[in-house]
Design a protein around this ligand. Structure first.
Ligand code: IMP
Ligand code: MG
Length: 185
């Protein structure tokens, strides 16, 4: 697996440090620790971010899961993001924090925040580990961002390429021949 990596973009040490800092920012924005936060990680890419982040968060929380797949070429209102499995908990009247691995075109977060708004939560905020600034749209703004990165396809720390590489401990760029092999096959 490591042999498929071209370069490491963000080391595991920098990830750990930044996720801890993000937890501090998040905790400060929800000062009432007993009010209860509903975390909604978007599966599957945000699982490692979720696991590391919540162990630095001091407030009472519940976790609700939602699964979205991104696909290309779609012309629906969700533009390239499709809800595969809707939220499995009630968030009415609660403070909701949506977590995603990466903000790219914004289609995923736009879809998820619209779906959650239908359930009348008290508030909705979003936290993403990575943001590709090249494409970040004006109408989808993340409240908490770990790292701004260049417009390259990255894997590791939960992010996948064809469902592989999620278990790499760092954020990395794959070798170009990995994609090329995929196109040929
Ligand atoms: P968006 O809907 O275009 O904002 O993209 C968000 C989703 O696309 C993320 O939840 C990821 O699953 C996926 N994605 C976008 N860029 C990358 C990448 O560089 N590597 C892996 N997954 C990505
Ligand atoms: Mg994803």
């Amino acid at each position: 697996m490591e042999a498929d990596i071209d370069r490491v973009l963000i080391s595991r040490e920098r990830l750990a440090e930044r996720v801890r800092e993000m937890a501090g920012q998040i905790a400060r924005s929800y000062p009432d620790l007993d009010a209860g936060l509903s975390l909604v990680p978007i599966l599957s890419g945000s699982v490692i971010f979720l696991a590391d982040l919540i162990r630095h968060l001091p407030m009472k929380m519940k976790i609700g899961l939602i699964t979205v797949s991104s696909y290309s070429g779609a012309t629906t209102t969700s533009k390239g993001a499709k809800l595969l499995q809707d939220l499995n908990v009630d968030v009415t009247g609660r403070d909701v924090l949506v977590l995603d691995d990466i903000l790219d075109t914004g289609n995923t977060l736009r879809l998820v925040t619209a779906k959650l708004a239908e359930r009348k939560p008290r508030s909705i905020k979003t936290a993403v580990l990575l943001r590709k600034t090249a494409k970040a749209p004006d109408d989808v703004v993340a409240d908490f961002v770990g790292f701004d990165i260049e417009d390259v396809f990255v894997v590791g720390y939960g992010l996948d390429y064809n469902d592989h590489y999620r278990n790499l401990p760092h954020i990395a760029v794959l070798k170009p021949e990995i994609y090329a092999a995929e196109v040929r096959s």
